[in-house]
Write a protein that binds this ligand. Structure first.
Ligand SMILES: [Zn+2]
Length: 115
């Protein structure tokens, strides 16, 4: 096995580490940096991704990373209310209000009737 073979093995290992890094980063929304770090740094990169990377939202109460779509913090059971309009049912159109009260309307109509 010449130096080309060694390079090939190293490349394959880097590729495998990149894939592993992708899967390590995936649950933390860090697939791409995970893959990159795994590919470039190998097991060290995977370790960095596993320990340092977490791009999920954090619980406002206890700072535990929260998975997408979760409504309750798994650690402290705080209910998580997303501020970015994740609940479309909340946005109800305001009930249309009459611009004039009934008496004002009558007075107005009376003016037209008796100029
Ligand atoms: Zn919490």
């Amino acid at each position: 096995m010449g130096s080309d073979g060694v390079l090939f093995v190293i490349f394959c290992l880097a590729l495998v580490c990149g894939i592993v890094g992708w899967f390590v980063g995936a649950p933390k929304k860090a697939e791409k940096p995970g893959m990159l770090l795994g590919f470039l740094l190998g097991p060290i990169g995977i370790l960095i991704v596993a320990v340092a990377f977490d791009q999920r939202e954090k619980c406002p109460a206890c700072k535990t990373p929260i998975n997408d779509g979760a409504t309750i913090c798994p650690a402290c059971k705080t209910s998580l209310k997303m501020s970015d309009g994740g609940n479309p049912a909340k946005k109800q159109p305001a009930t249309p209000k009459m611009p004039l009260s009934e008496n004002e309307l009558k007075a107005l109509l009376g003016k037209f009737k008796n100029p």
